[in-house]
Ligand binder design. Sequence first.
Ligand code: PLP
Length: 473
Amino acid sequence: MNKDEFRQWGYRFVDWVADYFENVGQYPVRPAIQPGDIKKRLPEEAPIQGEPMEAVFADFQEIIVPGMTHWQHPSWFAYFSANNSPPSVLAELLTAGMGAQCMIWETSPAAAELEEVVLEWLRKLLGLPEGLSGVIQDTASTASLVAMLTAREQVTGFEANRRGLKEPLLVYVSEEAHSSVEKGAKIAGFGRENVRMIPTDAAFAMIPEELERALVSDKDRGLQPACVVATLGTTSSSAIDPLKPIGRICRRHKVWLHVDAAYAGNAAILPEKRWIFDGAEFVDSLVFNPHKWMLTNFDCSAYYVKDEGALIRTFEIHPEYLKTGVDAVVKNYRDWGIQLGRRFRALKLWFVLRSYGVEGIQAMIREHIRLAQLFKEWVEAHGSFEVMAPVPLSLVCFRLNDGRPEEELDRINRELLTRLNQTGRLLLTQTILKGKYVIRMAIDSHTTDEQHVRNAWDLIRETGAALLSKAQV
Ligand SMILES: *Cc1c(COP(=O)(O)O)cnc(C)c1O
């Protein structure tokens, strides 16, 4: 592609993205296709000769776009969102254009220093304690793995990464913790069997007394606790583990406390939601995802650690070809995580924070929370639906319930979800809470407004009513 073509196509693609932003609500949220449908339409071999962009772009529009699930759709209520935004996308274009590797300060000085600055901005915005050092990780999953590896080294006096694990180390999480924590424990050498699932209360939050009991009982048996992971905003129901009592317990038992606040952490940008992080003074490490609820396109996880020395000691390696004259006075983020090569993710975060300002982001999150409370009230007021968990933020867990036996309720709610999603007019996902099948309505897309939520509720009500009347016959 020559430089004139690049310029022309660049303009066209920006137009395409701008149109997409405007029209994304007109696509079915999830495509009605079967496994293999896309592969069938793609050649088995790469082209030997280069093709014109016209042909590539035509296939993108004809094959790829209709086969996509549209995460930026205003009726996206599934999982949690992965919000992007115009300034974030533009910054990503610049990042790709510069194509820099941000592994050490010398390979991209501005990237290293901007990363430090925007993470300090975010730390203050969320009311997190001074002395936490930030670094951007690709995902919360990676960040939690990094936390567990650091905890492992600290508890073994940095012997585990020299000689391997001598004895089992234990990780404590609530039974509602994200699967990435179990995955992290599995691959960090702890072993899945050494993950203790701590029971939760009626609001699906970890019970601190149960954590204490598990720690004491394991220590009495001569076992070595290494890490507690508290979840602020569980994926199933957005339950918020009580950080302060958990933190006190961790301090007393000298156990690393990692906090997974992937979704809910973003809400602490609101003064009225700062309480989420009450107890943050006890935290050893913490992650939240601007790529979920802060308008920064995937991927971008903000990871904070109290003892940056312990983190660096866990990951650093000093081959000759990476030594520079300024290593003593700069941050070389290659030592702050798993990979060497790093993308320039701070740029999009900077563009987003400057474009929206704190107030812009607060307004969006506040509106999502308002809409979720509204939706919750509608569900509560309806005779055949019920709310299944507290709604501290913007996720509502609910189900259809007309009083029939539990097994039938599970079946009928599965059917309801299938029918709703088949319409392509919205997308919802499910979870299990204390054994019960529940539908999740996560309202956290930047394109969603009240009308989308009203339309969703109308569709849910009507589909539910149709199901119940049919089930009675
Ligand atoms: C979404 C989520 C994760 C996983 O986030 P990734 O960045 O995709 O790894 C982890 N924990 C919680 C609580 C989440 O909601």
